[in-house]
Design a protein around this ligand. Sequence first.
Ligand code: CP
Ligand code: NVA
Length: 310
Amino acid sequence: MSAVRHFLDIDDFDTVTLKGIIAHAHEMKAERKSDLAPLLPGAVLAMIFEKPSTRTRVSFEVAIHELGGKAVVLNPNEMQLGRGETIADTAKVLSRYVDAIMLRTGPHETLLELAENADVPVINGLTGRTHPCQIMADIMTYEEQKGSIEGATIAWVGDANNVAASWIHAAARFGFTLKIAAPKEYPPADEFVAFAKSENADVIVTEDPEEAAKDADCIVTDVWVSMGDADADQRKKLLRPYQVNAALMEKAKSDAIFMHCLPAHRDDEVTAEVIDGPRSVVWDEAENRLHAQKAILAWCLESKSKQLGD
Ligand code: CP
Ligand code: NVA
């Protein structure tokens, strides 16, 4: 295995490493306004966005700033990448300038090709397949609200998309039950169902939202139409029965929380009553992207941090 510490997917890691990163995130959140020396002075993070972003862009930019470094935000249309330079060549060139690269893209293969050709850590800032940084922040948020997620029951209700896929990886590594309710047209991809089975993870897939929500500690959903999805009208029709509303929240435990990675579409996948109500923790989730990603950057660049500390 390469000595370069990429952060590509949750299933690449063992439980101890993942829990260590999240514990560090909690520590850094508690220390945020203190005057402790930053961990990564002078580190430069390049960020390539092939898709739009609010949270990922701002939270990573603030994260590297708070660690003592700086970000270079790159738009592929303003790079030679947009004129046909290969991702492999881009990886090799950027590796000579920067200490880490974050990529948001559609095809997961693009992320893998970047990582294969980069000499510096590559971080998955969302692909069409997975969104691991989001789920690290979500586990951190769950722990803040309710304690350890081990043994808890999380209900995913809606499109079993890229965010749901990283929840499946997390169920295997953190030891919680994940009940996914999705229409038969938008189930989790076979590879994730096979992964859950091979890992003996407690992942249940149903078409019935009430079955998933029953006695859950947390209900999670996401947009019905992800970036790059073409069939918006069909999705909105088929996913309508999967809306998270007050009646569905009633099926969960009385102290259940509601999560959504955002951006949200009120009165599509979730009612305003739920997302703006007392059980919603979506703003903490958004904030925790910052803290979780500081810990991910610190883990990826631990050897650099040690050099700087010598
Ligand atoms: N949740 C999330 O990744 O948000 P952005 O698309 O705004 O980065
Ligand atoms: N599933 C969504 C997540 C956005 C953060 C998408 O891929 O567009």
